[in-house]
Design a protein. Structure first.
Length: 136
């Protein structure tokens, strides 16, 4: 089941990455990009949640919302199974209470494996925090 979800995610991201820049396709890209981004976030949700909880701690009460894909990079041209995907979320505590922050995560996706390789935390939506994690 997970493999099917990941294959669908890879297909969706390959469509996003392969959208032609020709003017005639601009309206088509606008129609398809948002649903594909939503689908990608849906499949990345468990990985985003785990990453946020690992960063803030299980008992912090931190949650996330307002996710958006800010970059998709196909690492193997001609392959639909090897990507770096960067996601930005807004984090909060409790019932959408401050402190708010923007957190940016980069996931390495290859075949059916998704791994967090970088986590960046930006306090109060603007200034970078000294706390950043990178994994290779």
């Amino acid at each position: 089941m997970l493999t099917k979800k990941l294959l669908l995610l890879f297909f969706g991201m390959s469509l996003i990455a392969g959208i032609d820049s020709a003017e005639s396709k601009v309206s088509q890209a606008a129609v398809t990009a948002k649903p594909l981004e939503d689908l990608s976030i849906y499949f990345l949700t468990p990985y985003i949640t785990k990453s946020v909880l690992n960063y803030y701690g299980e008992k912090s009460g931190s949650q996330w919302w307002k996710a958006k894909i800010i970059n998709v990079k196909n690492l193997e041209q001609g392959s639909y199974y090897h990507f770096l995907v960067t996601v930005q979320v807004e984090t909060f505590q409790g019932a959408h209470n401050p402190p708010y922050a923007k957190d940016v995560m980069t996931f390495h996706i290859k075949n059916d494996r998704i791994t967090l390789i970088r986590y960046q935390h930006y306090k109060e939506k603007s200034s970078p925090s000294p706390r950043s994690q990178s994994r290779h």
